[in-house]
Design a protein around this ligand. Sequence first.
Ligand code: NAP
Length: 243
Amino acid sequence: MDDLVHRVALVTGASRGIGAESAIALARAGCNVALGYNSSKAEAESVARAVRECGQKAVLIPADVSASAAAEMLVGSTEAELGPVDILVNNAGINPVYAIDELNLERWQTTLQTNLTSSFMLSQRVIPGMRERGWGRLIMMSSVAAQLGGVIGPHYAASKAGQLGLMRSYARLLAGTGITANAIAPALIETDMIADNDNISPDLIPLGRFGAVDEVAELVVHMARNAYITGQTFNVNGGMYMS
Ligand code: NAP
């Protein structure tokens, strides 16, 4: 297993939920961490404090990942403050609920740009450096919605399924370069994202409870350490989808 000490991780959506916990878990494993977020500055600052308490460096980078300049802003600032990105966790995401008849092109594009295009743009920006250095980890935070359709809507399911295709293509094309690409497909992890959605309840989960953020974050670290796992989707879903 690879040592993560002094590796540089960039985690998008690191101010809250799964991203925040993944950033702290990577710091515990020895990484310096760049924390991307959209608007939750106070929450992001508290995650940065937790990273520093682990003895690692943290840098905060506010950037709306749906904007075309975001990848350059996030990766460029990380490189300037911490050095080249070794581990990219494409975690930032939104899940606005729309019924089929409420969906239109604008709503579709907003979700696709935030959840999928950002993963593409950020990955494209870090891959050349990872390839040159012969080491890199691309991790996509997908969803059970990619596998089962889910309760959010076609726009969300498509964005999350897109991340899986992107991941597999990178895994295949970059095999042998020292770069691995993998995905996590969580289901019903207790975060702000699933609060206030009446369609979401622990009854949907065979294990009968929501998952906890650390149950996802430990897999992020595992994937970052393991050089022999690539092209895989890890289901953290309490048995909701069995593969
Ligand atoms: P969350 O608690 O709602 O946190 C979302 C994070 O994404 C926040 O840090 C937020 O930043 C950031 N973000 C949202 N829009 C952004 C934008 N336009 N630009 C930059 N950052 C943005 O969500 P979560 O539950 O931790 O979910 C994390 C990932 O896991 C998402 O991709 C989600 O689709 C996926 N997932 C979650 C579940 C679940 O059950 N929770 C299940 C399957 C998949 P601000 O705080 O600044 O807004």
